[in-house]
Each structure stands twice: as structure tokens, then as C-alpha cells.
Design a protein around this ligand. Sequence first.
Ligand SMILES: NCc1[nH]cc(CCC(=O)O)c1CC(=O)O
Length: 321
Amino acid sequence: MTSATIRIGTRASLLATTQSRHVADLLRERLGREVELVEISTDGDRSQAAGTPLAGSSNTGVFVSALRDALLDGRVDVAVHSLKDLPTYPAEGIALVAVPGREDPRDVVVARDGLTLGELPVGSRVGTGSPRRAAQLHALGLGLEVVGVRGNVDTRIAKVTSGEYDAVVLARAGLARIGRLDDATEVLDPLQMLPAPGQGALAVECRAGSDLATEISAAIDDPRARAAVAAERAVLATLEGGCSAPIGALAEVVEGEDEEELWVRAVALSPDGALAVRMSATGAPADAEGVGTRLAEEMLADGAGRLAHDLISSVDKRQNA
Ligand SMILES: NCc1[nH]cc(CCC(=O)O)c1CC(=O)O
């Protein structure tokens, strides 16, 4: 069993196969095992191929469960996902065995003519399918027109190249992984654009309780990355319980005076970006989930649960302005 080839299930997209290949390389290097990729196609992938691109969070659930099914019925031994696409609730029989070293979690702008967001004229069309990015773009007050965009990373960049959109906002990690970082014209500071919980991190899953789970965890888990995403996902899970507003969260493990410290920042916004609840917290990396949960509870106590009532809150805000 321990000498058998490890089969990694992957979606067929460029981003997914690049991510899976990265995990395959880590496993070969650190376990000295043979590793192969097995493509798992889904209804979502097929309709994408047929020319109706499905994108973003609404459909990621389909991809995640197809990979998990392949894991559960033994077609593959390992599943690799973008961590930010995983739902916060656990899946039966599946263990999150490793969060490998994380890419830079920030968002980037890909704009025409090398422009930054601040240089784009009022009324410029900026594409994103993410309510989190849309709300934070509005909150910048630059008068940008936020338009929906679907499809994979290349499709989105092509909207700018073709002149259809002036810019798109994407995860830096996605561009880095597919070797297109040069297309980015600005890296957004988290003060302006807090990333999605888990952005830039990978999730490596195995069947719960398998020997392979323990072996992989010891070989490729990065405790700092794991603590950071645990805090971010605790923020998300807790806020989801009480609000449907767009959410950003970013945590980092930093060297303190004599021990490591966990820093967490989070934001919940009304969809039009007019109102936001922002908070931060620090704590021990070992208590990552507790730190994130308590931070989100404070945000709810401060009104984060009412932000989704977009119309009412933005009207209130404008009357005060
Ligand atoms: N929602 C799609 C998705 N899922 C993971 C990434 C990029 C890689 C990552 O964030 O880890 C992307 C594209 C994007 O948001 O630009």
C-alpha cells in the first residue's frame, strides 16, 4: 500500500492542474513516492467546454463534490482544491490533511494600458463576479462601474485585452500559478481589498482515517498557513450564520517578541459598499479558530448582520452624508 502510486484527482482547468501538479511535486519530493494526476470532469466543466462558462462561488460546489466523490469511491487517493472554494462545513468521510505553503493572498488588478484602479477614469468598467470584490470596489468611491464576469482566469483577462472591459480584479495567486503575473497592473493593498478567506491557499484532502492522510499531513502541511486559514474560515463560518453580506478576511502568523502571533483582519460590507464593519484581532496561532470566531461575533454585535439590507443602509448613509 505505501509503495503504490498516489493518485491525485484534479479538475481539468489550467489553474486546477497547475495546483495539483504543484502538490504532486511536493509529494514526490518529500515522500519519494510515485504520483499521478487523474482528471475528474464535472457537469460544470462540460457546460464550460460547450461555451456557457460557469464561474465563481455558485458553481464551485459542483467541482468540489465531484472530486470528493472520486476520493470516497476510491478512484483517487488525494483531492486538491483552491481552499477558498471549499464550503466551511465539513464533509463526511473527508479529511483536510494539509494546507501547503500559501501564495500571496492579495487581489490584483489587470487593467488596460498598465493602469491602476486610481488611474482609471470615472465610469470605467471593472469586471468581477465576486460580491466581495464588487462591494470593496464601490467602497473605494472611484466611480467605477462594476460589471459581472464569468469564466476562468484567462477568459477574464481576455475581456480586458479585447477592450470589452477596462479592468478585472483577480486573485494574485491564480495569476502566479498559471504564469501570468506580468498581466497584473496593480497589487491591491488589503486595506482597500481584503481577500476572500483562504485565498491563495490550497486544500489537500484524503479519505478520513487513512494512513496516507497522516503521511501527507506530516510531509506537506504548513502550520502557519493552516492557522491563518483556520482563523479566516472561522470568521466566515461565524458570519455566515448571522449575515449574508460580502466578507473579506486575512490572517497572518508573525514572529512576536518571544512567540508567534496570529493577526486577523476582517470586513463585512453592504453589497453596494456604502457600509462596512471592519475589525481586527490578535491571538495565539494554536487558538486560530477561537480568534476568528470571537472576531466575527464582535462584528455581528457591531451590526454586521444587518449589512445585507443594502437599500435601507445605503439610503441612511446618503441622507447623513
Ligand atoms: N473563484 C475562483 C478561484 N478560485 C481560486 C482562484 C485563484 C486561486 C486562489 O485564490 O487560491 C480563483 C480565481 C480568482 O478568484 O481570481
